[in-house]
Design a protein around this ligand. Structure first.
Ligand SMILES: Cc1cc2nc3c(=O)[nH]c(=O)nc-3n(C[C@H](O)[C@H](O)[C@H](O)COP(=O)(O)OP(=O)(O)OC[C@H]3O[C@@H](n4cnc5c(N)ncnc54)[C@H](O)[C@@H]3O)c2cc1C
Length: 398
């Protein structure tokens, strides 16, 4: 493995560091650092600043605004963005539906959707999972029946992140119930304002509103909103899910959390001394830092390997990054709970209707919601058990 960076690569890292720390508004970055939910406006503002510089869609084909960056540049772009606590580009737009449209849709759909998707003029959400069809996604039952120049869509999606913000939803729907599971699925683009769509919130364990159920009741969708070929949607979904895991290790984000924990551990006292001087606490933090360093090395190994890899071929090692990255993210939220100690209780996120005064320092309010919210990272993007299955099969050959 070659881990040395060229002077050009290091110059790019410095450029990215400067850009993220000066151009993305401080108010938005502070919210990310403190684990506060971002508003729709925050996400759109940040995405448009990136897009104005041509940095919103680096992974897209160059003719549609991609940068053609090397894996090392992509690594620095993500790492510096995360360490600066910048919101990433809207994942549904940039990592998911954009690349699928660019790769598989006709020119009309590309022209209609790609520029608006890059600039967040359209906010997308992802309608894949259904009750009973999460890990076993190919069993999905939402159906789209062709009637003339329309599909009539009926069914239900679940865990649809930020559907309450979304203008459009990209959906996997069953168009051929008689075919084998994977062969009867299509990829449809649906305007969320279409009559017959109902969005119902699911309040999560941290008191947040991030995920939803989406119901389709005789929703009419023009056939020109089909991406690629009918019944080929599973191929496009596999392509999309491969992209979804890009950057999933969140090494930069975890580095920013370590820095935050150290900052707060200097303010909080236990036994008359700041937590940061408590050997048992520091032993735990250091153990996680070592794991994080090892994860970063693994990520760099994957990057180094990608330099030689056939373009577009997914590296199964990304499952290791997802697995280990999510475990570390969760461990850091546990440590933050330890830092703020009793002030993490009572549970005190400022959700609607809570007008109680905050008990303890303001920063303590972030600990419990973040801890609870981060239970999700070992579930979405393919659960950790599924990643272990992939590692067992594709890497260990079991
Ligand atoms: C916060 C959050 C946001 C999400 N956002 C979206 C979104 O925007 N759009 C969307 O479409 N989906 C979204 N999802 C859904 C997510 O993709 C699914 O939750 C995930 O695929 C798991 O599916 P499931 O919840 O149905 O659990 P199941 O698949 O029922 O799994 C239940 C348990 O069984 C285990 N398991 C399942 N199969 C196997 C197996 N073969 N071997 C070993 N263990 C197994 C799982 O690991 C898990 O522990 C989101 C989920 C969360 C938590």
């Amino acid at each position: 493995m070659d881990l040395s960076f060229t002077p050009e690569e290091l110059a790019f890292r410095d450029e990215a560091r400067h850009f993220f720390r000066t151009e993305i508004p401080r108010s938005i970055r502070d919210k990310v650092a403190e684990g506060e939910g971002l508003t729709r406006d925050d996400m759109i503002t940040s995405q448009r600043i990136l897009n104005a510089r041509g940095w919103a869609t680096p992974n897209w084909p160059v003719e549609w605004g991609g940068r053609g960056w090397s894996p090392v540049q992509v690594y620095f772009y993500q790492d510096e963005m995360q360490q600066a606590n910048c919101p990433p580009p809207i994942g549904f737009n940039v990592s998911m539906v954009g690349p699928v449209i660019a790769q598989f849709a006709n020119d009309d759909i590309k022209r209609r959707f790609l520029p608006a998707t890059a600039n967040a003029d359209i906010f997308w959400c992802q309608g894949f999972s259904e009750p009973g069809s999460g890990s076993d996604l190919a069993s999905l039952r939402t159906k789209a029946e062709r009637k003339g120049d329309k599909y009539i869509v009926n069914g239900q999606k679940i865990w649809t992140t930020l559907a309450q913000y979304a203008d459009w939803i990209f959906c996997l729907v069953r168009t051929d119930p008689a075919a084998k599971q994977q062969e009867g699925i299509s990829f449809l683009l649906i305007d969320m304002k279409t009559p017959g769509i109902t969005v119902r919130p699911i309040v999560t364990i941290d008191g947040g509103r991030e995920v939803n159920e989406v119901f389709f009741d005789n929703v009419e969708v023009p056939v020109e909103n089909l991406v690629g070929q009918e019944n080929k949607g599973w191929d496009y979904a596999k392509f999309l899910l491969g992209n979804e895991r890009t950057g999933i290790a969140r090494v930069g984000m975890s580095k920013a959390k370590v820095a935050r924990i150290k900052e707060l551990a200097a303010l909080e006292f236990k036994g008359g001394r700041p937590m940061i001087e408590n050997p048992r606490f520091m032993e735990k933090l250091t153990a996680i830092e070592i794991e994080l360093k090892a994860l970063e090395m693994t990520q760099l190994r994957v990057v180094s390997d990608e330099r030689k890899r056939e373009k577009g071929k997914q590296n199964p090692a990304s499952s290791i990054l997802k697995l280990k990255g999510s475990v570390i993210q969760q461990q850091l939220t546990e440590l933050l709970m330890e830092v703020v100690g009793p002030f993490m209780m009572p549970y005190q996120r400022e959700f609607d209707g809570n007008n109680e005064p905050v008990v303890g320092p303001d920063y303590a309010t972030e600990a419990a919601p973040m801890y609870f919210n981060y239970r999700k990272v070992s579930i979405y993007g393919g659960s950790n058990e599924i990643q272990r299955n992939i590692i067992a099969k594709a890497i260990l050959g079991l």
